[in-house]
Design a protein around this ligand. Structure first.
Ligand code: ADP
Length: 416
């Protein structure tokens, strides 16, 4: 909104704007402290102060410039608007919601108006009150404009994300429906063949296998769907188990699938006997292992998948993590497809590997699950090794765990 330059108290505004500039760093600190109090209460995981420190002083700088020059408008080209939009993008990236963003601006407003009030106390009583009000109004406008720029950019990004998710979800529905339909048809056809008297014994065994394989596939698809619907909100990570046991359990579950594809599944004999969350680790290992089996290389005489693990990180207890790697000598992933592997519904071999059924969900479930307990998931493609390595890391902070890793020799892990 334009401010009349003839009635605007330019001198008073310039004095207050200069004070605002001088106190900029102090105000930013106050604001960040207020945000971190809130953040701590809300247990927000990400709070990159350095990123905010880059943005907020420039916002205050922009507000000071706006106070000082009544002829200046805050339009979409103003640098302060670009900064405000970047703040919206930053908060969007961190998973904030619009309410939290509005709350942050409310706090910024509180701090800036409190500052203005204190500064006004130090100005001569001769200055008419209407002048103070004019500056106050201009400051309110400036805050409002940058708040709008931040929030509208945030909402734009949010709606683009929702649209994108919706279209991926539609694609996913089609894939799942297709996969479930194929498997049900295979089961129905095989079982109707079994009811025919003329079918030979050898063929019967084959039809039974078709039924078992497809029922297994259906079970896995349903498990994936279940984990997906749980993965965002599930906080029931509570049953602990020793890592070698979790690995044996995952291998046991996939024994038949591995045998059917002629893949040997091995567990390294130096897995640290560290306590891990059973649900998370089994889910991740099952996904990685079943991929290692599914994407094995038929051209190789010997096909294998191996689970290895180590505790890594700084010597201090905090920040140490257990890194679990599933290595295979399978078909690998083309270099140009590796970046997207952990995206929902992404399939790197969509057109090339026709018999590997799947939905492109497994890896994204792994990533979401480990991230929900403060871990990470990634893939590695060592130049000197065949196939792929899929890895995940989870925090290993408990002192008992670290002790457990030290008496490895007394308590050797089991192998399968
Ligand atoms: P799905 O196997 O159901 O397609 P995932 O999310 O588990 O879904 O995997 C995504 C894609 O990553 C797979 O489609 C495949 O192209 C690739 N991929 C995953 N694991 C491996 C592996 N061990 N070797 C080669 N490619 C893999």
């Amino acid at each position: 909104m334009p401010t009349d330059p003839f009635t605007y108290p330019v001198e008073l505004a310039a004095t207050l704007a200069d004070r605002l500039r001088t106190a900029k760093q102090e105000l930013v600190t106050q604001w960040l402290n207020r945000i971190s109090e809130r953040v701590a209460i809300a247990k927000r995981k990400v709070f990159p102060t350095h990123a905010l420190i880059n943005h907020v002083p420039l916002l205050i700088e922009g507000i000071a410039g706006y106070l000082k020059r009544p002829e200046r408008e805050i339009d979409s080209k103003a640098p302060v608007v670009a900064k405000a939009m970047e703040l919206g993008a930053l908060r969007h990236g961190q998973g904030f919601d619009a309410y939290e963003l509005l709350k942050e601006y409310e706090m910024l407003g509180d701090i800036l108006f409190a500052f203005l009030r204190e500064s006004a106390e130090q100005i001569s009583d001769d200055v008419p009150r209407s002048h103070f009000l004019a500056v106050w109004q201009r400051m309110a406008q400036a805050i409002e404009l940058i708040r709008q720029a931040t929030v509208s950019h945030f909402l734009r990004l949010q709606s683009a994300q929702i649209n994108e998710r919706e279209s991926r979800l539609r694609r996913f529905n089609r894939t799942v429906a297709h996969e479930v339909k194929n498997k049900i048809n295979a089961i129905a056809n095989a079982s109707s063949m079994l009811s025919e008297n003329w079918v030979e014994q050898a063929e019967r065994a084959e039809f039974e296998q078709i039924i078992a394989r497809n029922a297994d596939g259906l079970k896995r698809t349903l498990e994936n769907l279940e984990s997906l619907s749980r993965s965002q909100a599930d906080s029931r990570h509570c049953r602990n188990i020793l890592l070698p046991e979790a690995a044996s359990e995952a291998v046991r579950e996939l024994k038949e699938a591995a045998e059917a594809k002629g893949v040997a599944v091995r567990i390294a004999d130096d897995l640290p006997p560290i306590e891990v969350d059973a649900a998370t680790v089994e889910l991740c290992l099952m996904n990685y292992l079943s991929n290692g089996i599914k994407y094995s290389d038929e051209k190789k005489g010997e096909r294998w998948v191996e689970i290895a693990a180590s505790v890594e990180g700084p010597d201090t207890e905090k920040d140490r993590e257990v890194i679990i790697r599933v290595h295979d000598n399978g078909i690998g992933v083309p270099a140009d497809k590796r970046d997207q592997l952990f995206q929902e519904f992404y399939r790197a071999h969509g057109e090339t590997v026709t018999d590997a059924e799947g939905t492109g969900l497994g890896l994204s479930i792994v990533r979401e699950t480990v991230e929900s307990i403060g871990g990470r998931a990634w893939a590695e493609f060592p130049a000197d090794a065949p196939g792929s390595v899929f890895a995940f890391a989870i925090p290993a902070r408990r002192s008992d765990d670290l002790v457990a890793t030290e008496d490895l020799s007394e308590n050797p892990p089991s192998t399968v």
